[in-house]
Design a protein around this ligand. Sequence first.
Ligand code: NAD
Length: 502
Amino acid sequence: MLSRKGLDNATLSSLKEAEMSAANVVEINNTANELRAALSRMQRAYSLTPAPTRQQRIDRLDRLHAAIIEYKDRLIDAVDQDFDGRAGAETLMIELLPVLEGIRYNKKNLAKWMRPSKRHTPLMLLGAKAKVHYQPLGVIGIVVPWNFPIFLGLSPLVGALAAGNRAMIKTSEFAPKTGELLAEMLSKHFSDDEVVVVNGGVEVATEFTKLPFDHLVFTGSTQVGRIVMHAAADNLTPVTLELGGKSPAIVHDSFPIDEAAKRIAFGKGLNAGQVCVSPDYIMVPRAKVDAFVAAFVKAFTRHYPSLQTNPDYTSIITERQRDRLLDTLRDAEQNGATVVTINPTKETFDGTRKLPMHVITNVSEDMRVMTEEIFGPLLPVVPYDTLDDAIAFVNDRDRPLALYYFDWDKGRAEKILQETHSGGVCINEVMTHTMVDDMPFGGVGPSGMGHYHGKEGFLNFSKAKAVVRKGWFDGNALIGAPWGNRAFNLFIKFQLRRFRKA
Ligand code: NAD
């Protein structure tokens, strides 16, 4: 240690800073070493049992099921604490039940998915058989955001385990109680070379995403997704990126506006709008904006007649997120938007993390509420004149994670499906496509890449290995070089005749 005698204040403080950052580097290095050691341990274990049987996979899924059942109440409580108010019913309905559903679905289909699939062989391979084998990749890294801190960790885990892998899960620093409990729960039901939970902040996440996983699933913002993909590229680790964006809902002129508002209010209220597939903005025919706002206020009030002490209405996860939402709202107001605050019992919200729903009209395209993902209880309503205008508006923006369309007419719905891009679509409904295990879930473009859930999850976490098996007959021996032999000439003549026409 250097002597500090005779040093001025500025030098002393820069010395202190240097010491602090040195301590930090040591800590980060320790974390990096620990993470690498954990991954090596898991990779060694994988290499000892590289092909878990269906029964072994089912045993892991059963253990996960048992863990959830055992910890159900404590998990609900931990999420409630992290949010400082989240309805147990929501945690049960949107986090725990879908994981249990996913486990059951994977178990039911595992035998079928694991079976090598027979493929067609070309004439050239006469007598040979071609099959695709689905092989576990090894160790999967899973990075989790705070908004569904259980589901978004355990749902990819279900797919990873079903496909015969091991997994390391990095939880969100903004849901620390849930992270700690998941660590306790999974270490009780899994060995430390099967499933590992890593808790910590951005520094830990940064080191985590630098690990040479066999596949990395990142769920979070588009901005961090870019950083994560860069880190994974250094190891050529394939990534599944489950990102965010602005998911629009379009209501057709012919669809009853009250019904649309009612269906949208149900979805937008969940987790106070802090959902990746929450409707971000609503497009309604110009003449129906006021009717939509009135119907939405009515429907929302029916779900949440009060807010501040209402345990059904979720708080904003952190003060920083609340302030971001309030800044976004202020920006809209200052630039001429009209705001309707849904606050039925006229409560005050100063300094709390509960934030009422705000419906915002007269928005312009450059307001933050229209340029940034909202991820909270703000709902801009955008008028449109023709359906083609609405489609063009959506297509002028980043491809969203979800798109919702309200119309009984199947032909027009088909037009929307064909002329817009999004990760998924609900027609006359919002958000529930994420709950169907028999469908892939994932974004497109800036809202993500790759899929999981159900069979697509199994495929995502498996290597589809092409295997050709040759029998006793070896056609190559007949037609091989020296080229121009009789068998070769006959073979080529026959082939060219087959392909005379397209
Ligand atoms: P975030 O991107 O800030 O953080 C997500 C995770 O990344 C956290 O675990 C965090 O520790 C880690 N992280 C942060 N900085 C990192 C870095 N530099 N390198 C590596 N890892 C880093 O996202 P968030 O605020 O937790 O979640 C909100 C976002 O997630 C929204 O954009 C939302 O749309 C999106 N989201 C998407 C889905 C989906 O399935 N597509 C689901 C939920 C949330």
